[in-house]
Ligand binder design. Structure first.
Ligand code: AMP
Ligand code: ZN
Length: 138
């Protein structure tokens, strides 16, 4: 994938702040971090998103997040971690190579933690909930 920036980072063509690497994954620091320690888990094999990623790669990526998130939390003194994964432009995806964001969160106001990582809460009618449950089953 010559035009994929994360493939070019994985191959070493573009430099990155690499925090972890094994045969299947590279973990880099986000170039425009939301918080201190914001990191990205990149599978080495290109796939665009959740719709394309093979099950075993997804499982391994989740396992890696489970291994690294506590290190970020403990060693950076974070109070929590958001694990975020965007699929499609409408969902905020800007790099179309699957990646998992690990975003440490801080209660301490001096840590410049953004307050806008979450969403407003909406309400739907019972009929709409029935439709949504159906959508998940089909
Ligand atoms: P998403 O919006 O979920 O596709 O996330 C893409 C992330 O990649 C953003 O948080 C960017 O800041 C980050 N990013 C883009 N280019 C680079 C790069 N060259 N090195 C590190 N992170 C990058
Ligand atoms: Zn790629």
């Amino acid at each position: 994938m010559d035009n994929c920036i994360f493939c070019r980072i994985i191959s070493g063509e573009i430099p990155s702040r690499t925090a972890y690497e094994d045969d299947d994954f590279k973990v880099i620091l986000d170039a425009s971090p939301a918080t201190r320690g914001h990191s990205l888990i990149l599978p080495k094999k290109h796939c665009a998103d959740i719709f394309e990623i093979p099950d075993d790669t997804l499982s391994a990526a989740a396992k890696l997040a489970k291994k690294l998130a506590p290190r970020l939390k403990q060693n950076l003194g974070a109070d929590g971690i958001n694990i975020v994964q965007n699929n499609g432009e409408a969902a905020g995806q800007t790099v179309f190579h699957f990646h998992i964001h690990m975003i440490p969160r801080y209660k301490d106001p001096s840590k410049d933690d953004p307050k806008n990582l979450m969403w407003d809460h909406k309400e739907f009618s019972d009929d709409e909930y029935v439709e949504i449950v159906k959508a998940l089953k089909d």
